[in-house]
Design a protein around this ligand. Structure first.
Ligand code: SF4
Ligand code: SF4
Length: 408
């Protein structure tokens, strides 16, 4: 599942770095601290020294600066030498994980959110608690307040979500002779807390002529484990998903950028982001939605999967909708899996300029296609007292299709 390049693993992907420094200004942690060791170039030097044995994985300096990396891969597209930073980081983190235990908070969170069976109970309690409205009331900037804001941000938008909606009725213009089948990847957090996004995914794909099929036996993609350096449990999950999805060629549709990037390592081009599939069909235009949307691309969609235009095609299919642009949209929001839990100070420092830009742009919706980003941006918007809500792009298209009368 992990790209292995000879016996050196992911470290080989760092070889082409020529220290030019073009990546520095695209690194959110370097912009936050100004410390070379918090930049891609500085971390590459640390990783090279780790590989050569000149620095030990137990060295606190190495651990501090590699732990502070978001793994956002914002440094990759701007690198003229094609350095595969993400693969080097994965290798380095696996090395670090051999010499220390993850903090108990990280192990606890991973177990609760991703263990099949256990996570169903956890998510059921979380949804019940969310429904009380208490998380929304307690949302704020403090550690507990931010966690509450994150949970509150997983709720369906009250203006349209949460209401039962029928199956999609395809408009005549979109009825192809053959309806290609796609297999829905449900994931862990997406399935537990963002069921309304899965519903919108299914409906919008059906309007665009796809037949969406469920796949029993699938589990978490393991991305959170790999980012934490835990390759063995990730490999166990990958084997289970390989059994569940089989080795056919039916596309696997994913609506979480982090899961999509991870699954592409395992299943290759068979994995498609929902926005890619929709954009291939136009998508079918919906009814006007008079709202202002700021699109904030998830790092694992824009940088890791290099998917830039398809989400914008969804907004172009909605008449009247206005797109607001923000100068730092392409930079990480500071979520990065469980990073916001492990490095709350850095996570908020990275989020702060983005929230300031959004305050200026004044959208009604901040759209992003990843659960961690939806929670991080949603919590930040609430804590900052902004009225905008964080929503997945397919939810916005779904609103437009509902207004167009496409659903029974
Ligand atoms: S990673 Fe790329 S952009 Fe950054 S210093 Fe190395 S060669 Fe230059
Ligand atoms: S992955 Fe993100 S945080 Fe880490 S070095 Fe690259 S740009 Fe900086």
């Amino acid at each position: 599942m992990t790209i292995v390049q000879g016996s050196r693993g992911g470290f080989a992907a760092l070889d082409t770095c020529v220290h030019c420094g073009f990546c520095l200004q695209s690194c959110p942690t370097f912009l936050a601290t100004g410390d070379e060791a918090d930049s891609p170039r500085g971390r590459i030097e640390l990783m090279r020294a780790l590989e050569r044995g000149e620095l030990a994985p137990s060295d606190p300096y190495v651990q501090t600066h590699l732990d502070r990396c978001l793994g956002c891969r914002g440094c990759e597209p701007v690198c003229p030498s094609g350095v595969g930073y993400g693969h080097g980081l994965e290798e380095a983190r696996a090395l670090l994980a051999q010499t220390r235990r993850l903090p108990w908070t990280a192990r606890f969170a991973l177990a609760l959110f991703t263990t099949p069976g256990l996570n169903r109970v956890v998510y059921a309690f979380a949804r019940l608690f969310r429904a009380t409205g208490i998380p929304r009331m307690l949302a704020g900037w403090g550690r507990m307040g931010f966690a509450m804001g994150m949970l509150a941000s997983t709720a369906p938008d009250r203006r349209t979500g949460g209401r039962p909606v029928g199956k999609a009725v395809r408009p005549r213009s979109a009825s192809p002779a053959v309806r290609p089948s796609v297999l829905l990847f449900r994931g862990c957090i997406m399935d537990g807390l963002f069921g309304h996004v899965h519903d919108a995914t299914i409906r919008t794909l059906e309007v665009n002529g796809y037949e969406v099929r469920e796949v029993p036996g699938q589990v978490c993609c393991g991305a959170l484990h790999v980012h934490a350096g835990l390759r063995d449990p990730a490999a166990v999950l990958a084997r289970r998903n390989a059994e569940a999805f089989g080795d056919g060629d039916t596309p696997i549709v994913v609506n979480s950028a982090g899961c999509g990037a991870m699954l592409k390592e395992q299943f290759g081009a068979r994995v498609r982001d929902v926005t890619e599939l929709l954009a291939e069909r136009g998508p079918v235009p919906g009814a006007p939605v008079d709202t202002r949307v700021a699109y904030d691309p998830p790092c694992h969609l824009l940088h890791a999967q290099r998917i830039a235009d398809p989400p914008l095609a969804l907004f172009r299919a909605i008449p009247v909708l206005q797109l607001a642009s923000t100068p730092d949209a392409a930079q990480c929001c500071g979520s990065a899996g469980i990073f916001s839990l492990l490095q709350p100070g850095m996570s908020r420092a990275v989020l702060a300029p983005k929230i300031a830009s959004l305050r200026e742009a004044a959208p009604a919706i901040v759209a992003t296609g990843n659960p961690g980003c939806l929670m991080q941006l949603g919590a930040g918007l609430r804590a900052a007292g902004l009225a905008a809500s964080a929503r997945h792009p397919v939810e916005v298209l779904d609103d437009s299709y509902r207004a167009a009368g496409f659903y029974a």
